[in-house]
Design a binder for this molecule. Structure first.
Ligand SMILES: Cc1cc2nc3c(=O)[nH]c(=O)nc-3n(C[C@H](O)[C@H](O)[C@H](O)COP(=O)(O)OP(=O)(O)OC[C@H]3O[C@@H](n4cnc5c(N)ncnc54)[C@H](O)[C@@H]3O)c2cc1C
Length: 489
């Protein structure tokens, strides 16, 4: 197969980009499950932007830099914030119906923000954005959608990308493209506790790294403070907007412990809240308490969360909600400029897989959907459909059956990697243990996996989480001081 633009991933960044690229040429969009299977579809809280007269870009920039521990690329932050209103209006034009009050957008607040600036749709903002973008992409004649198509490797030669090798219908194939776009999202599944769905195995990051792409800030993994403390995979998220609407954090003694830990209390930056909860969890369970809000308000404001909690016998207007932190967001990734260009010619990346530098050492809540949208809007200015590229000769790989001993081994190692990463690269880290225990073991696992002859999706995803894990551990080892969400004991 050949195309002008090969897009890998169908979250907000891949879909939004596809709509732009389709105006310039033919697009093939591949995604490893169904179109809607993405982190985007899980986003609850909303999307940040300066939309209110009493707010200002200066304040949004300040909040973003403060959350990022001033490790951010200030120019990229300014660029993102400046383009934030336009990005929201684009979504509205495409059909996203954000909440309104008296004809004006209704805005809410989340941790680290000093102003109400989050546009939202109930507690299912991502699902609504995904629904609309999928609809628009399906309508476009220039976009060919390939679901259940797994991108295995990038096709690169002399630091230039020519497309990707894919697994589709149990066969390996190549898609050649003038420009290849990685929109593969995050890597939460590297950890045993995560809010990210099963697709988030760091494939784009690992593929790009294997092809020589620069990776930046990958030690900065954000742990969300409030996932539901019930054994589910992924862990169900209790959005920060619940705290934005006044929920208190309560320890096992019934104390509101954030009162004396940060001036913003429950709405302090995520890394701080997550660490304080983690400390309290060593003494006993931690809860969110929003019982002071009326049932009708909670049902209307948080319909999905209310319904999900009810399934666990928790009425959030009467009962405390047990919570725990979980791996949530990768602040770093493949280094790109503001047009998504990586250091490999004709290879672009954006969304969670990319590192534009806007998040610094820690992401400000609701800035990730914004980043994905703003940068995938800009990139088109650089895009040109080119003449078709010559076809490379690619090694043929054998597909391993799902019940082969190699696949069974990969599944076992998958679990071991997740547990190891949670233990050694989780909320608090210890460099000696990372050097002496975690890195050597993960190197051993990666070697074992890459020596296997043949491939399939299960094995490839396990190699990818091992590779992503190793990148995180090595970067964490090099960063000798705590910063943002990288916290050394
Ligand atoms: C529970 C939850 C709540 C969140 N809430 C918010 C919020 O309120 N506000 C906010 O700003 N952010 C939020 N986030 C973060 C935000 O949702 C993500 O950062 C953002 O959606 C990422 O978009 P993306 O387009 O980069 O990737 P994704 O939406 O994750 O899409 C990645 C796509 O790539 C595909 N893919 C991956 N690997 C391959 C492969 N090898 N081959 C083919 N396809 C592949 C996947 O199947 C998927 O379609 C939340 C995240 C989670 C998990």
């Amino acid at each position: 197969m050949q195309t002008n633009f090969l897009i890998i991933g169908s979250g907000i960044s891949g879909l939004n980009f596809a709509l732009h690229a389709a105006k310039k040429g033919e697009v093939i969009l591949v995604t490893k499950k169904k179109l809607i299977d993405s982190n985007t579809n899980y986003a609850q809280g909303g999307i940040a932007a300066v939309l209110d007269k009493t707010d200002s870009p200066v304040q949004h920039i300040k909040d973003t830099l403060e959350a990022g521990a001033y490790h951010n690329n200030k120019k990229a932050v300014e660029f993102m914030v400046k383009n934030s209103p336009e990005a929201i209006y684009r979504l509205i034009d495409l059909g996203v119906a954000f909440e309104k009050e008296n004809e004006k957008l209704k805005l809410t607040q989340e941790g680290g923000h000093h102003h109400k600036r989050i546009a939202y749709v109930g507690d299912y903002t991502g699902q609504e954005i995904e629904r609309i973008l999928v609809k628009r992409v399906k309508e476009h004649v220039n976009i060919t959608i390939l679901e259940n198509t797994f991108a295995l490797n990038l096709l690169t030669k002399d630091h230039t990308c020519f497309g990707a090798q894919i697994i589709r219908k149990n066969k390996i194939d190549n898609i050649f493209a003038d420009q290849t776009i990685l929109a593969t999202g995050g890597l939460g599944q590297v950890f045993s506790n995560t809010t990210n769905p099963a697709i988030a195995t760091g494939d784009g990051l690992s593929m790009a790294y294997r092809s020589g792409a620069k990776i930046e800030d990958i030690e900065f993994i954000q742990f969300h403070p409030s996932a539901l403390a019930k054994k589910t995979s992924p862990r169900f998220l209790i959005s920060e907007t619940v705290r934005g609407e006044g929920a208190h954090l309560i320890n096992n003694k019934g104390e509101r412990f954030m009162n004396d830990r940060h001036p913003l209390k429950e709405l302090a930056p995520r890394s701080i809240v997550a660490r304080e909860i983690f400390k309290e969890l060593k003494k006993g369970p931690v809860y969110l308490d929003i019982t002071h809000q009326p049932k009708e308000f909670l049902k209307k404001r948080f319909p999905k969360i209310f319904e999900k909690l009810s399934k666990y016998g928790i009425d959030m207007s009467k009962n405390l909600i047990p919570i725990t932190p979980a791996a949530h967001y990768s602040c770093g990734g493949i280094k790109t400029d503001i047009y998504g260009q990586t250091n490999i010619k004709n290879l672009f990346a954006f969304g969670e897989v990319a590192c534009t530098g806007v998040h610094g050492a820690n992401r400000l809540a609701s800035n990730s959907l914004l980043e994905a949208l703003v940068f995938s809007n800009q990139i088109t200015k650089k895009l040109k459909a080119q003449k078709k590229l010559q076809v490379l000769t690619i090694d043929r790989l054998k597909i391993l059956p799902k019940n082969s001993p190699e696949t069974i081994l990969a599944k076992k190692l998958h679990k071991e990697i997740q547990t190891l990463m949670w233990q050694y690269a989780g909320i608090t880290r210890n460099r000696e243990q990372i050097e002496k225990i975690a890195i050597p073991r993960l190197q051993e696992i990666l070697k074992k996996l890459t020596q296997i002859q043949g491939t399939n999706q299960i094995l490839a995803e396990t190699i990818n989480i091992a590779q992503a894990g190793l990148l995180i551990l090595k970067a964490a080892d090099l960063r000798k001081k705590s910063l943002g969400c990288h916290y050394i004991e």
